[in-house]
Design a protein around this ligand. Sequence first.
Ligand SMILES: O=P(O)(O)OC[C@H]1O[C@H](O[C@H]2O[C@H](CO)[C@@H](O)[C@H](O)[C@H]2O)[C@H](O)[C@@H](O)[C@@H]1O
Length: 487
Amino acid sequence: MFKRNFAKLNQAMGFQRASNRQKEQPGISDVSSNVRAPNSCQGAVSDDANYSSWMMEHPSALTSFDQMMKDAKGKKIVVFLDYDGTLSPIVNDPDRAFMSDEMRASVREVAKYFPTAIISGRSRDKVKGFVQLSNIYYAGSHGMDIMAPPRPARSSDGKYHTVSLDRKSNEAVFQPAQKFLPSIQKILKELEEAIMKIQGARVENNRFCVSVHFRQVRDEDYGMLEEKVKSIMKHYPDFGLGWGKKVMEIRPSIEWNKGNALEYLLDTLGLGNCTDVLPVYIGDDRTDEDAFKVIRKGGQGYPIVVASSPKDTKASYSLHDPSEVLTFLLRLARWRKASSSSRSLSQIWGVVHVKPNGWLNPWFVLKKLKYSPYFSSIPPTRLSGTIRGTTLGTIILFNLPSTALCTLLPQIASSRLSDLHENGCGREAYLCSSSSSHPHHLLGSDMREENLVYVNESFFGMLICPPDKMKYATAINKWKSKKPRCK
Ligand SMILES: O=P(O)(O)OC[C@H]1O[C@H](O[C@H]2O[C@H](CO)[C@@H](O)[C@H](O)[C@H]2O)[C@H](O)[C@@H](O)[C@@H]1O
């Protein structure tokens, strides 16, 4: 039973069983494969040759960048990033896998222009603590703990598990492995006791998963460590064991991985069914392969593996190491920035600022955005939802001249939530106003600022659903630090 479960999970994770320690030896899958033994010139030459021929199959995302972006024109890019080995270099001490300030700045920059998520094997809190950015989505525990926009999302069988709302951030927390938490606590305790005497071994609590690290374990002690871990896990048939980079990863045996997390995030962003969405996923480890597969299956997107030596992968492109990831992210942001400055105003998405009863405050928004959208067509898109526990009557995105707005307001206030769900994808949506519009002129004297609802980018994420042309929200981040004014 135990064996069967392990085998099943390993297969699902794209792992091979551990005849497996070899998998972790330098030169095979580990980053330390860069380090060559002295006097091994011949080996070095053939390593280089292997790498070059592997690169033919998985060309550099940097040298292919121009072509990739050419193909991405008119598509909605969504960026997914792994953490360890991708945004931060692999280091001996998992608690010190810090990302550089440059890397942080590049992720921040990318997230200004594209919806961006980090999907890590770490606990969500830990990876958030490392990254320290507020304008991105975080998924921890290999995707089993996702903070996403508060939008209902569906799975392949039509259902997703329960989603609860995080009051602080107004984002929805999706945790399909909740029921395993008590067992995980027990496993943690047993593992800690069992490995305590093995020098260099350590257990990491990743909330819905557990990692047993052996990067600093002596070779001769590894067998004993593996035996101990396996003998504990024999008593937990609902869990599986996989091997990452000098780490054993214990996870609940549920059909959920980084690939599912990617799909879930796209769904919650309202992009699940869009034909013009282009996910970019950058990752270095085996668990990232699940996400690569999903992108491949979708037939659109860029799975990019971070690897400094040849490896089996479903990725189409490669980057050598985190420093190349940094360069790629900077180029991506720069590319979008350059193309955005040549966009007409009518292509820029607005930000919605509404009162709980659904009234708009376009003047306030425009002041913040420092631009003046103009609009030319009908009908308006009407949306509503719950933000930070406050139910909104309606959020309205218009592409009407502001004069038309005046006449439509009563009608808007009665719009329904279903409008959003039925049409989460593919709507033109602009904030309606003109620079000359004054809120009191548009909204009447009952407009009070304390009634305004701050719509943050996670909610806005629901609305980034480009129809035929690429749209994006340039000003979202400016709103990030704002306190909500709704009650
Ligand atoms: O999905 P990821 O974000 O890549 O997480 C996978 C594992 O990453 C971490 O371990 C790895 O990085 C450590 C720090 O560089 C390194 O010491 C360790 O040997 C690597 O396996 C993390 O600590 C694990 O919990 C994750 O499962």
